[in-house]
Design a protein around this ligand. Sequence first.
Ligand code: UDP
Ligand code: MG
Length: 314
Amino acid sequence: MVSIVVSVYNEDDVIVLFFKELCRTLAALDDTFEIIFIDDGSSDNSAMLLDEMAHSDNRVKVVHFSRNFGHEAAMIAGIDHATGDFIICMDADLQNPPELIGKMLEVANAGNDVICMVRTERADAGFFYRLASRLFYRCINHLSETQLLANASDFFLISSRVADALRSNYRERARFLRGIIQLVGFTSTTITYSAPARRAGQSKYSFRKLLSFSLTAIASFSKAPLKLAIYAGILFAVLGIILIIYSIVMWVVQRPIGGYTTLIIFISAFASILFFVLGIMGYYIGFIFDEVKSRPLYTVESIISNTATNTESK
Ligand code: UDP
Ligand code: MG
């Protein structure tokens, strides 16, 4: 059995088309499938369209969230509810082509537990997006102890034992799932693909959301920014020593330097770095705060399938 997990947030423009293409692909394959749609608090007609699919096709299960919890929470909820030997996560906008499922299963059956789908091309990404993305991966790989694949997407396959690890561990609030699946271990491989443009509807990620997502990913994969305080401390100690020596020399040669300018420059630089480092610490403390509160990653309002309807919270 293979589970297909699809996160859906306000996708009523494309979801029916997606389902049609998915069914066409699955019909050509021999495995048994279950399709788990996570309705991430959609406010358009997506919920209704998904429920119709669940009623007409008993492979389909729809998990409705009580509100929008975000793509990462939706994927983990899908993995929690999946029962397959292999689980494939994909987007609902046809940017992750369903035609690749056959190839993914072939590679998985050859003995791979994790398959990361790496984008070689992204039709809807402009120059700025590509640049930002390259910068992000350069940055995270420089700072983190583990190396992450550049251009890995939220399109991936995991085996049930990787899913078990994700269900019982890795329940952190600050999530970067496509990175986490590369940490779990087991045998993993990649398949490259070229991502077409979104078939219909709008991207749900604004620049601000992407930036905040990138910072979360860096913070959840690296403690290096916290060391900045140590480096800043060393820098200012060295600067201070140089200033002391310079002042003594000037005093000896009887040409005392004016204190005001030096003082202002030193204090301004010192204060700006101090507050910058303080900000970084605050940012990490915020993450600790979120973890300590241990609120649910998501809350399920209802589960719709041909057989069951119930409510739960994880
Ligand atoms: N998505 C979601 N919750 C959100 C935002 C997005 O479940 O809060 C889903 C969305 O419906 C889509 C997938 O995540 O299936 C990827 O989102 P999108 O296509 O907007 O991102 P992009 O491809 O532009 O990075
Ligand atoms: Mg998309």
